[in-house]
Design a protein around this ligand. Structure first.
Ligand SMILES: [Ca+2]
Ligand SMILES: [Ca+2]
Ligand SMILES: [Ca+2]
Ligand SMILES: [Ca+2]
Length: 280
């Protein structure tokens, strides 16, 4: 009896854990990184630029926040530090004041095809920096929308509460349910009560990958400003691996003339996705 039922459940167990056990299953690595006031002065620190480029070169796609430059030259200069397989999407200059920021998405063209990109029009002016949506297709089944945000700290509760509307907009626009929300949500500390996220992104519709216990700041303070949140349909695509990249520990700063804070005040956050598990 026992033997029979054990046998009956064995194939189901194998099926469910196939991807988790198969280290060879092809995946893509997605990063989100606030690179803190990116422009000519950051590029004038070659050590900082080189570390940023080294980090981005290890991802298949990186959602970058805080490009702050009137001129595209620093962006073009940075791209030259990357292998030529990388291309990018640069959003429009966003912001209510004179201080403008652009979203930047850098992706590996051998892994991802850019299907569409556009900025949320924000008809009620809810966002300081209107989120950028980018629709990607992998060579295999997985296709998804990446939404890049940099939430305004002083208005975090209102902007974060509006994100599900942005998700639905892009889902309908491109007929694609899989959404990866990534960026600097400023969703912790004095800006935001992180326990509110569970209400904005309920478990039956969303899955939080970078959860409240992660520290995404280089400073000694412990805050989960940077987040990756996916829609429920993308849970089948999530490979279960995620984290924070502690570049202050990965690179030997005692050998350098800069401090980790001159690279950025944020750590990158990352998540890995299967390319062949997508059913929608
Ligand atoms: Ca899909
Ligand atoms: Ca936290
Ligand atoms: Ca910290
Ligand atoms: Ca899916």
């Amino acid at each position: 009896m026992f033997r029979n039922s054990a046998l009956r459940y064995f194939p189901l167990f194998l099926l469910l854990s196939f991807h988790a056990l198969n280290a060879d299953a092809e995946t893509i690595k997605l990063y989100s990184f606030n690179i803190q006031i990116f422009g000519a002065s950051k590029m004038a620190k070659p050590e900082a630029a080189r570390i940023l480029a080294d980090i981005v070169s290890q991802a298949d796609v990186t959602a970058i926040q805080e490009v702050r430059s009137r001129d595209i030259a620093p962006v073009l200069e940075f791209m030259k530090l990357l292998p030529p397989k990388y291309a990018y999407v640069l959003g429009p200059r966003e912001g209510r004041s004179g201080s403008k920021e652009q979203y930047w998405v850098i992706y590996d063209t051998t892994k991802l095809r850019l299907a569409a990109e556009t900025t949320w029009a924000d008809p009620d002016d809810l966002f300081e920096r209107n989120p950028l949506g980018v629709y990607f297709q992998t060579k295999d089944a997985f296709d998804f929308i990446l939404i890049n945000n940099h939430i305004q700290p002083s208005n975090a509760a209102r902007e974060i509460a509006a994100l599900p509307e942005v998700v639905r907009y892009f889902q309908e626009l491109w007929g694609e349910p899989d959404v990866v929300l990534a960026g600097d949500f400023n969703a912790d500390g004095n800006y935001y009560d992180e326990t509110m996220l569970a209400g904005v992104f309920p478990e039956n519709e969303y899955h939080s990958i970078i959860t409240n216990e992660y520290d995404t700041t280089v400073a000694l303070s412990d805050n989960t400003y940077d987040r990756i949140i996916i829609t429920a349909s993308a849970l089948e695509d999530y490979a279960g691996a995620c984290g924070v990249i502690r570049f202050d520990e990965l690179y030997d700063f005692t050998e350098l003339t800069i401090q980790p804070q001159q690279v950025s005040d944020h750590y990158p956050v990352w998540a890995e996705f299967f390319v062949d598990a997508d059913t929608d």
